[in-house]
Write a new protein. Structure first.
Length: 115
């Protein structure tokens, strides 16, 4: 049964959620460590891990898929730098570390980074 197993919506329409994930993934790939809310980090984790898995295939189709999902700069970094580092690892490429809550609105914050 799928009780409670639905994606977080972040109070945004579908196209804005897609753009948010794409932007967060791009930032994570380029900087390799970002600070965001805990909910966004938890939603970003499977998105980015699938990208790394695409990069491990190292085919033309996988590179085009990466390019479509995060853009050319991040796709190139995934294919050339990140994916080769994780060739022997079967999954779990990211780590989420919880931080203290934000003062302004009390949102739970977290750092997401590559292991």
């Amino acid at each position: 049964m799928r009780h409670g197993n639905h994606p977080r919506k972040f109070g945004r329409p579908a196209d804005q959620r897609k753009a948010l994930l794409k932007s967060l993934a791009y930032s994570l790939v380029v900087k390799e460590k970002i600070k965001t809310t805990e909910a966004k980090a938890k939603e970003l984790r499977p998105f980015v891990e699938k990208l790394i898995t695409y990069g491990k295939k190292n085919t033309l189709a996988s590179r085009r898929e990466l390019n479509a999902r995060v853009g050319s700069i991040a796709a190139k970094k995934i294919a050339t730098k990140l994916s080769p580092d994780y060739m022997e690892r079967p999954g779990g490429y990211t780590r989420i570390t919880k931080m203290v809550r934000r003062n302004s609105d009390g949102a739970a914050m977290a750092i997401i980074e590559f292991v």
